[in-house]
Structures are given as C-alpha cells and as structure tokens.
Design a protein around this ligand. Structure first.
Ligand code: PLP
Length: 283
C-alpha cells in the first residue's frame, strides 16, 4: 500500500487534506450542527480509541445526531485510515454532522449524517513546563459536555490568550474555574489532585480521565470539585490537559507566577502516560 503524507475522508471519498471539498449544504458548515473527536495515533495505533468512541456516541446522542455507521465500523475505518498515513505519529480528527440539506433549522428528513475524517503527521508527545494562562469570563452555553463543532467562544478565548502572550485561556464562570479553551485544567495542592467535576460546565476530557486513573494507580488522592481562580493561583502545580497536549505545566496566570512546587508528582503522572503510549507498540 502506498501511504499518504496526510489524508482526508468524507463519506467514502479519500484525498489529501488540502484537496478535500465538502458540500456547502453540509449542516456543519452553516449551523455547526455536528460533533467531533480528536485522538492521537502513536506507533500507528489509535490511543484510547474506545474512550473516544464512547464520548462520540455520547455527544451524538445528546444532540440527537445518528451515527453514519455503527460505532465498531467507525473505529475500524479510523484505524484503516491511520494505516494509510506515512507517519507513525498522527493527529486524527473526525466529525459527524446532521447531513446535507437546504438551510432550515428543523432536522432534515431522510438524510444520512456525514462523516469527515482527517489525519496529519504529529511530531510526538508534546509536553511543556512554561504555560502562561489568561483568565476569561466563561459565557458559553450550559452544555459544554457536548463536544460540539460550535466553538466560537473557545476560539475567541484562545485568540485573547495569544494576544496577551499566553498559551491558553482559562474560563471562569461565576467565580469558578471551569476549563481551558481547548483543554481541561487540574491542580495539585498538598499532594491532592483536584479538578472540576465532569458535569455540563466542562468537556469530559479523555486526558483528564486518564490522569484521574493514573492518580488512583499511584496512590494520589483525587478530589473532583469546584475551585476559584484564587485557589488555582495558590496551587502547588497546575496542569492543562488535552489529547494532543496531555500535560502542560502552568507557570503564570494573569501575569502572576504560579505553581512549580510539586514537580515530582507531575513527573509521575507524565511517566504513567508515556508507559501507556509505549504499550501501543506491542498491540
Ligand atoms: N476542554 C475543551 C473545551 C476541549 O476542547 C478539549 C480538547 O479539545 C478538552 C477539554 C480536553 O479533552 P481531551 O483530553 O479529550 O482532548
């Protein structure tokens, strides 16, 4: 099989990413009427595939979008597509939208949902110790647990962060820290791992879940509870996590130096993550 540098898939058609054309009638285009997932591919195997498929099913069910094919078939297809890309390490994205139809708010009748996938080479596991955050008001809707394509306020928050010389924004709603614009936020305080409960105010991140599991394995106590920005600033360590950036240590929030006082625990969590990645080699 001749492998491609990168690949896009849309309802059965395969091209390079830059060449993919999607009909303007795809409801993802004019309503953002769809859900998505991102997974990493290491050693050409999809990391945490079942967890991503679980969340995909959950998001789709919450917004009443039918899957274009059974979950198992989507999983098989994603792995087949990843196999066709040259790089062993990839950033794999897929989205499911509520079909193609003339613009009308009502669900279109008799139309299948659309599956778009792309996979591109990725340099490897990305971790960092020098994240700067800016806090922004969380004025998003109350279904942040749905991994929807509607990311306008997340986009604006990420741009604000960039313009302030920061790597990520952290949302604060009614005094409570919820999550980042494209990551979850967790902290370590007195040896305890603390993170916002997985309710409707945050996306239930796969890496957030992994870190909670690693804490269990390492004997680190976990508290899933709300905390304020002031509390976050007092934390021993602050970690932003996402699939593509699993462990970004924070050193500044709104210009104030923070964290950097529990490097050993962060190191242990990172080592557990890397062990899981290595397990894919044998799969
Ligand atoms: N929160 C938001 C708003 C996100 O967009 C993301 C990832 O894109 C996350 C959290 C982290 O989720 P995951 O660890 O599953 O990538």
């Amino acid at each position: 099989m001749e492998r491609m540098k990168d690949l896009a898939y849309y309802n059965g058609r395969i091209t390079r990413i830059a060449d993919m054309m999607i009909p303007a009638g795809d409801r993802g285009f004019y309503f953002g009427d769809g859900i998505y997932e991102v997974a990493m591919v290491f050693h050409r195997k999809i990391f945490a595939l079942e967890e991503h498929l679980d969340r995909m099913e959950g998001s789709a069910a919450m917004v009443r979008i039918g899957l274009p094919m059974p979950r198992e078939e989507i999983g098989r297809l994603l792995q087949e597509l990843a196999d066709r890309v040259e790089s062993e390490c990839q950033f794999l994205y897929w989205q499911i939208t509520r079909g193609t139809a003339p613009r009308n708010h009502l669900f279109p009748a008799g139309v299948d949902s659309n599956l778009y996938v792309y996979s591109k080479p990725w340099p490897g596991v990305e971790m960092a110790d020098d994240y700067r955050l800016v806090s922004v008001k969380d004025t998003r809707f109350l279904n942040c647990n749905v991994k929807t394509l509607n990311l306008l306020l997340n986009v604006l928050a990420a741009q604000t962060a960039k313009e302030q010389g920061c790597q990520e924004a952290v949302f604060v709603r009614d005094g409570i820290v919820t999550e980042g614009s494209h990551s979850n936020v967790s902290m370590i305080r007195d040896g305890v791992f603390i993170t916002h409960p997985a309710d409707n105010l945050i996306l239930p991140g796969v890496e957030r879940r992994h870190m909670i599991a690693y804490c269990g394995q390492l004997g680190i106590p976990v508290e899933e509870r709300a905390f304020t920005l002031e509390e976050l600033k007092q934390a021993d360590e602050i970690i932003m996590s996402s699939t593509s950036h699993p462990s970004m240590r924070v050193r500044e929030i709104d210009g104030t130096a923070v964290g950097g006082r529990s490097e050993e625990l962060v190191g242990k969590l990172r080592a557990r993550y890397l062990e899981e990645v290595e397990k894919l080699r044998e799969k």
